[in-house]
Design a protein around this ligand. Structure first.
Ligand SMILES: Cc1cc2nc3c(=O)[nH]c(=O)nc-3n(C[C@H](O)[C@H](O)[C@H](O)COP(=O)(O)OP(=O)(O)OC[C@H]3O[C@@H](n4cnc5c(N)ncnc54)[C@H](O)[C@@H]3O)c2cc1C
Length: 429
């Protein structure tokens, strides 16, 4: 069988749905093809979605999208084996819902988004995998899915990390253990009221908690815990190279993270209902491939468009924004009647005008900064040890915080090393 569409978008994650939705809204004939039985069926995110990009696409999306909770509490904790030191930020952001973060569960969220594509006039086919590209005179002219040939003037690859289609077009990302992270996540069911009481949030509000240090037993990476309506998303994300070197398994790290005193009481009594694992490209700008060729554009994780700075792991907004930019490029190419690389290079111009490439350029040094092992071992331990001393009253004359810090640092890290690391952090965080 053979079909023809103006545009075929492969992958109904945020990048693919955003691209297909934008095209369908513009009246362009688009097919969105997804390998899972339903959009989001196998997709993994922590996950917090910040609203600004989606709000432009679907104004006030939070009123209809299946978002779980609006994040009103952000916690960053450094863990030693037994203790933790945290920054706990609470805010009433109800007046600015468009810039707030929302916890989401992908099985619900992606399904809703793919439905929006259909409502806008796009065709969505699920349970069908794109296996190959159709190449004509060295240009991409469609895809092959389940033995069927589907011709298209342009293909948008939104098939996530390790993109088969980008590889086939020679636009693949070079995934190496040093530039890719392994994420593992559990969804733990808990009653709504328990969540609201335990996390001190309102019935709409939620908490996003990030952890550094013993949550990964010193392995390069971090832990997260997000509140959904009646469940928690708990996981760790670790660099693949560091994980292999540690000889630990990601699942062991997740288990010990859940047992940590700072986490144990928060997940207590919950029932694990879902377990998932996924890779995240985390090499930043230096791992970006060529983003277009004749008849094809690459978006989202497929193009490694993820910001991993230590302050944030942001892939959803990068996927959404790159999907929209790809669609806008196709709209322009349609007007010109030209889908050559020269015309499609407009995609990179749009990305450089948006936060997507600007953030990746600004935080170019972040992946290198995050290689510093002291971030996952010595510093969280020092912070906890110092807090222990500051809050200890043992009947002896008290010492200043500065004296206590100097004592704790002795033999572990020099003052100059600390300053050098702080300077590096200033440039990249
Ligand atoms: C554990 C973890 C936590 C994360 N937390 C956050 C977070 O809190 N906030 C954040 O912003 N980002 C987070 N991310 C990153 C974020 O999830 C990704 O950057 C984002 O999902 C990328 O979207 P995408 O549409 O490019 O790819 P994906 O979401 O991976 O979607 C790709 C889609 O393509 C489909 N597909 C693949 N191959 C084919 C094929 N051959 N044919 C048809 N369909 C195909 C897949 O089934 C999938 O539906 C996290 C990632 C992980 C792993």
């Amino acid at each position: 069988m053979s079909e023809a569409f103006e545009v075929v978008v492969v992958g109904a994650g945020p990048a693919g749905c955003a691209a297909a939705y934008t095209l369908a809204k513009a009246g362009i004939e688009v097919l969105l093809i997804e390998r899972s039985k339903f959009a989001g069926g196998k997709n993994v995110t922590g996950g917090v979605l910040y609203g600004s990009v989606l709000n432009v696409l679907i104004p006030e999306f939070w009123k209809e999208a299946p978002v779980e909770r609006r994040v009103q509490r952000h916690v960053i904790s450094m863990l030693s084996e037994k203790s933790s030191v945290s920054i706990d930020f609470n805010t009433d952001n109800s007046a600015h819902p468009e810039t707030a973060g929302y916890t989401i569960l992908r099985a619900k969220f992606d399904r809703w988004f793919a439905q929006k594509v259909e409502e806008a006039g796009g065709m969505v086919i699920t349970g069908s995998r794109a296996d190959d590209l159709i190449l004509e005179d060295d240009r991409v002219a469609g895809i092959v899915a389940g033995g069927d040939k589907i011709a298209a003037k342009v293909v948008i690859a939104a098939d996530g990390v390790n993109s088969l289609l980008a590889d086939k077009a020679g636009l693949g990302v070079s995934l190496e253990p040093g530039n890719v992270n392994q994420g593992v996540k559990e969804v733990i069911k808990l009653p709504r009221e328990t969540i609201e009481e335990r996390f001190n949030v309102t019935s709409e509000g939620g908490a996003a908690m990030h952890f550094l240090g013993f949550c990964t037993r010193g392995v390069h990476g971090g832990g997260f815990l997000y509140t959904n309506q009646d469940s928690l998303s708990v996981g760790v994300v670790v660099q693949l190279k560091a994980l292999v070197n540690s000889k630990l398994k990601a699942v062991e790290l997740l288990d010990s993270f859940k047992q940590h005193p700072a986490v144990r009481e928060l997940v207590k009594g919950g029932t694990p209902v879902e377990y998932s694992a996924h890779l995240v490209p985390a090499g930043g700008l230096r791992m970006l491939p060529q983003l277009y060729t004749d008849g094809m554009l690459v978006t989202g994780d497929a193009a490694a468009l993820v910001l991993a700075t230590g302050r944030a792991l942001e892939g959803l907004n990068f996927a959404l924004a790159s999907g929209v930019a790809a669609a806008e490029t196709v709209k322009m190419a349609k007007e010109k009647g030209d889908y050559s690389q020269q015309t499609l290079s407009h995609y990179v111009k749009l990305l450089s005008e948006s936060f997507v490439l600007q953030d990746l350029v600004r935080f170019y040094g972040a992946p290198q900064f995050l290689e510093n092992p002291r971030l996952y071992g010595i510093y969280p331990e020092l912070a906890c040890a110092l807090a222990e001393k500051v809050f200890e009253v043992d009947g002896n004359p008290k010492r200043t915080v500065w004296q206590l810090a100097r004592d704790e640092m002795r033999g572990k890290v020099s003052f100059w090393q600390l300053i050098r690391d702080a300077m590096a952090a200033r440039r990249t965080l």
